[in-house]
Design a protein around this ligand. Structure first.
Ligand SMILES: Cc1cc2nc3c(=O)[nH]c(=O)nc-3n(C[C@H](O)[C@H](O)[C@H](O)COP(=O)(O)O)c2cc1C
Length: 282
């Protein structure tokens, strides 16, 4: 089969409620950590002082919130992106005993603790439906305002993998030689990484995760995406863990400056409504 791509979106209140709750807690934790990194006091103080009638505006006027979502003041359309009468997925829960919790958490820790980032892979085939299940699991991730701002692209075609490897090795050679600088390349030395990426043509599957900066509503207007970086990062965490749980192995790779060429190669160009519409349709 030639290049195959999957774009999967799944309801927020998916079946695995306990996992959703767990990830929600992680997201909250990340949020809190980010806030404290930015100077937690600035976020807390306005709610304590009496003269603050509009604490949101008082938080930090110079703060750049564009990473989380654009300010929407002045938008004429006041209908939400999701249906107003959104039907929520039924949540079913049966509380395990404390011993069961202990046992399950211990087993899960053992599985996650066995994960290693690998930079060599067997080319042995892996059933395609296993990869589909793994991506479906990642698609259960929570996302800011349930916007699911991700696209997963799976590549198994050898020619396409060679093209990808050529792009990545070309950029990585420049990264290591010029862009990353001495500090970064020095810190990477113990890990033994370099710009050679044989694994990109060895591994049976490459999974690319694209962040969607925004989507397209049925009426053709732009659909806002919120906390997209965090949402995609959480989905990646679930993806990696699902791969590990399935008994497979991974490398998380983030080669600098490869985004534009890979987006074009994998037909995921961004930056215009037309391109986004393409993305939404595929
Ligand atoms: C966000 C992120 C980016 C990473 N980028 C790369 C990368 O570009 N190349 C690479 O070889 N490893 C990359 N790694 C893998 C890390 O080097 C690896 O996770 C780390 O050394 C810890 O090893 P472990 O995953 O086996 O625990 C990345 C990991 C993360 C989480």
């Amino acid at each position: 089969m030639k290049e195959s791509s999957l774009m999967e979106s799944f309801p927020f209140f998916a079946k695995h409620g306990h996992m959703v709750l767990g990830c929600f807690a992680v997201a909250l934790l990340i949020n809190l950590l980010l806030r404290s990194c930015r100077g937690g006091e600035q976020f807390v103080r306005p709610f304590r002082t009496e003269q603050n009638h509009n604490p949101i505006k008082e938080l930090n006027p110079d703060e750049d919130f564009s990473e989380y979502g654009e300010a929407t003041d002045g938008v004429e359309d006041d209908s939400p992106s999701l249906p107003e009468n959104l039907e929520h997925v039924k949540f079913e829960y049966s509380r395990p005993t404390e011993n069961e919790m202990r046992e399950r958490s211990r087993k899960f820790y053992e599985i996650t603790n066995a994960r290693r980032t690998l930079r060599f892979f067997s080319p042995d085939p892996v059933p395609r439906d296993v990869i589909v299940n793994i991506i479906k699991a990642a698609g259960t991730s929570p996302s800011g305002a349930h916007t699911e701002p991700w696209t997963f692209v799976v590549v198994s075609n050898p020619d396409l993998k060679s093209d990808i490897r050529r792009i990545v090795e070309h950029e990585e050679e420049l990264n290591y030689a010029k862009r990353m600088g001495k500090r970064w390349t020095t810190d990477l030395r113990p890990l033994g990484t370099n710009w050679h990426k044989e694994y990109l043509t060895q591994a049976p599957y490459l999974i690319f995760v694209f962040k969607q900066d925004y989507g397209i509503l049925p009426n053709g207007k732009r659909k806002m995406h919120y906390y997209k970086e965090m949402s995609v990062a959480i989905a990646c965490g679930i993806l990696i863990t699902a791969i590990q749980y399935a008994g497979l192995v991974t490398l998380t790779s983030t080669p600098l400056n490869c985004g534009p060429a890979l987006r074009t190669l994998l037909k995921r160009p961004m930056g215009s409504l037309r391109h986004q519409a393409y993305e939404a349709l595929n």
